[in-house]
Design a protein around this ligand. Structure first.
Ligand code: UT7
Length: 332
């Protein structure tokens, strides 16, 4: 543990997706839908789903391992493992399972639950620990297996989500490459997008009733969430850019939570960011919740689009409702 305040750099990325791919055509065997409807309303063409033999921890650890390899950092050097997820294998948290799997024996590990904003909240959390000098190296993973919590009979939601994991390694550095951020929540809109616990009374003693049940599948008011995202995301990206003292013209990449291509287009157009600067991989993965931002980032880094020194304006938004934006410079 160091006592010196430090800047933050993002130095390596990785991702992992389950093998099984479900196309829009496949889904039209399950619910009344069509490839045409799904593509034109969302931009999604296919998504990956995890088999029951595998856990969230498996794909989260694989993404983490790949990020460590890309960063040239050994698991034993990691001080903190943050796992942004809403679908842990264990409700007590899956971060420690991932830490154990990776052999990051020195690290403290904990989960962050902020739905599709989880990666952004994790990024800012990681940066606070590094900036104060408390920790020097952090592995941040965003991973979700929403296929476990999807109502596969509800065509309004089951066509949207996919499973996946993405990760980045952050390190203390003499310059600070997290240039600006802004985070928000509005619990008064919680009912728009939920995965609620539903229990029935269970009389365990003449004087005590407790709840016994499980979580109900995802429920979403799509139109409300769409309106919220189209309005709030451009606003918050502008705020983060302001804190970063970066103009829209200086942004190399707009990296949004991959919820709907129409949202990506609407936000880019509001911000006057041209389409070629917008990172999108919705067509192949759908909405992978906390994984969507690091998964799309990792692909863009590996195929050479995002290069060291590039400025990325990112934004996550979703259940809570929560939303946030971070502007960072990739690499050292
Ligand atoms: O990750 C968290 C953040 N989540 C989001 O950002 C999601 C935001 N919302 C959205 O992306 C869009 O609202 C959806 C993609 C969920 C829905 O698109 P929409 O253009 O808002 O469609 P809609 O809900 O207004 O439905 C239009 C019609 C309805 O039929 P009627 O009532 O007009 O006859 C739906 O029943 O489309 C129907 N529909 C479908 N038809 C074929 C809904 N889902 C389907 C489907 N296939 N899968």
């Amino acid at each position: 543990m160091s006592a010196e305040p430090a800047g933050v750099a993002l130095i390596g990325s990785g991702s992992a997706s389950p093998e099984t791919v479900l196309t829009n055509q496949d889904l039209s065997d399950v619910v009344e839908t069509s490839d045409e409807w799904i593509r034109s309303r969302t931009g999604i063409g296919e998504r990956h789903v995890l088999s029951p033999e595998q856990g969230l921890k498996d794909i989260a650890a694989l993404a983490g391992q790949r990020a460590l390899a890309a960063a040239g950092v050994d698991a034993s050097e990691i001080d903190l493992v943050l796992l942004a997820t809403s679908s842990p294998d264990d409700l007590f948290g899956s971060a420690a399972q991932v830490q154990g799997e990776l052999g990051a024996s020195r690290a403290i590990a904990f989960d962050i639950t902020a739905a599709c904003s989880g990666f952004l909240v994790g990024l800012v959390t990681a940066a606070q620990f590094i900036r104060t000098g408390t920790y020097r190296k952090v592995l941040l993973i965003g991973a979700d297996i929403l296929s476990r919590w999807t109502d596969w009979g509800d065509r309004r939601t089951c066509v949207l989500f996919g499973d996946g994991a993405g990760a980045v390694v952050l390190t203390a550095h003499d310059t600070d490459n997290l240039l600006g951020f802004e985070l928000r929540s509005d619990g008064t809109m919680n009912g728009c997008l939920t995965l609620p616990y539903q229990g029935s009374p269970n009389a365990i003693h003449p004087k005590a009733n407790v709840a016994k049940g499980t979580y109900a599948p995802i429920q979403m008011n799509g139109r409300e969430v769409y309106r919220f995202a189209a309005k709030r995301v451009p606003e918050i990206v502008e705020k983060a850019l302001f804190h970063a003292d970066i103009t829209v013209e200086q942004v190399d990449w707009l990296l949004l939570h991959q919820a709907n291509q129409r949202i990506l287009d609407a936000v880019a157009s509001r911000l006057k960011i041209p389409g070629e600067k917008v990172i999108s991989n919705l067509a192949k993965y759908g909405n992978t919740s906390a994984a969507s931002i690091p998964l799309a980032l990792d692909e863009a880094i590996r195929d050479g689009r995002v290069k060291p020194g590039d400025i990325v304006a990112s934004s996550g938004f979703g259940a809570g409702l929560t939303w946030g934006s971070a502007v960072f410079r990739w690499g050292i």
